[in-house]
Design a protein around this ligand. Structure first.
Ligand SMILES: [Zn+2]
Length: 74
């Protein structure tokens, strides 16, 4: 996978993550928590954020509910 800079903040690379509960893979910028679903184009804008995606209701737990995805290294 090519390195894609976050189109929102430009501060970090978009990385691949996985939900621990469902195993669903997605892409996210760790800096601003902008989130893309697996089939979406990382070069496009996204309206989704980590908290809206997980809906844990507690943003402090959001990062515990996901893990950095192993696999092809970006
Ligand atoms: Zn960002």
């Amino acid at each position: 996978m090519e390195k894609v800079q976050c189109v929102h903040c430009g501060q970090d690379w978009v990385r691949r993550y996985r939900r621990k509960d469902s195993g669903q893979v997605f892409f996210m910028c760790p800096e601003c928590e902008s989130l893309w679903l697996e089939e979406e184009d990382l070069h496009d804008e996204t309206d989704l954020y980590l908290s809206e995606f997980l809906l844990t209701g507690d943003s402090a737990k959001d990062w515990e509910a996901i893990e950095l995805c192993a696999g092809p290294t970006p």
